[in-house]
Write a protein that binds this ligand. Structure first.
Ligand code: TIU
Length: 221
């Protein structure tokens, strides 16, 4: 039974059976002090506002039987999947792979790489480990979505203009209808959050749609 979602630049009709919630990189490394985000000089507390709306969205998606996919940005312990251009860039206080209070920065298996407890994946929900900013690059996400005949993605997470944006751009080119859930996204740079959302819905929805958690929850119930 199709539902209508209030979104910009236009309402969107979707079916729960072909829609997935994709939660991008809600990891301790980005949201908690001592991780990758803070090592880049960011105030990680700016991402906290996205957590309660994401929790509400996740609960509604689970109740409606949507496919829920979680992603995590991170690298193999030997860094063999981390290009030098990524490792060397910038002047972080600690580089990817170096030790920190939550273990090695942005490394799979370390405490900082985990998804925050408030959004812990349930058994059976796919967790996609990605070495890049986009969730399709060098991952099995396309196969996971194809196996469930998914056509529409509800995308949220952090950060709006980096991994959410890259994933939405990748997904849009792959033919998915992407809805970014604005209040369930966050950025260290608030004006980039706003600009990132504006870019998606501009020009008649050039990359997709923008909605909010309340509207999505209403459409799912
Ligand atoms: N997940 C994600 O967005 N990775 C980043 O590195 N984001 C920053 O804003 N740095």
């Amino acid at each position: 039974m199709p539902s209508v979602l209030e979104a910009q630049p236009s309402p969107l009709t979707f079916a729960a059976s072909t829609t997935a919630l994709v939660i991008i990189d809600m990891q301790r490394d980005f949201l908690e002090p001592g991780g990758f985000g803070e090592s880049l000089g960011n105030d990680v507390s700016l991402l906290a506002a996205a957590v309660p709306p994401t929790q509400a969205l996740l609960a509604a998606a689970r109740a409606a039987g949507l496919l829920v996919v979680h992603t995590r940005e991170g690298h193999r312990p030997d860094l063999s999947d981390a290009p030098p251009a990524k490792l060397e860039r910038g002047e972080p206080t600690a580089r990817i792979g170096q030790p920190g209070p939550m273990g090695r920065i942005l490394i799979r298996g370390e405490p900082g790489h985990d998804i925050i407890p408030a959004l812990k994946p349930w058994d059976g929900e796919p967790v996609i480990d990605k070495p890049g900013k986009g969730a399709f690059y060098a991952t099995e996400l396309a196969e996971v979505l194809a196996a469930r005949n998914i056509a529409t993605l509800l995308v949220c997470g952090v950060t709006t203009e980096v991994c959410v944006h890259t994933t939405v751009r990748e997904a849009n080119d792959r033919g998915y209808r992407c809805v970014v859930v604005a209040d369930a996204c966050g950025s260290y740079i608030p004006e980039f959050h706003e600009a990132g959302l504006a870019m998606i819905k501009a020009q008649g929805g050039i990359f997709g749609w923008v909605s909010d958690s309340g509207s999505v929850i209403a459409a799912l119930s």
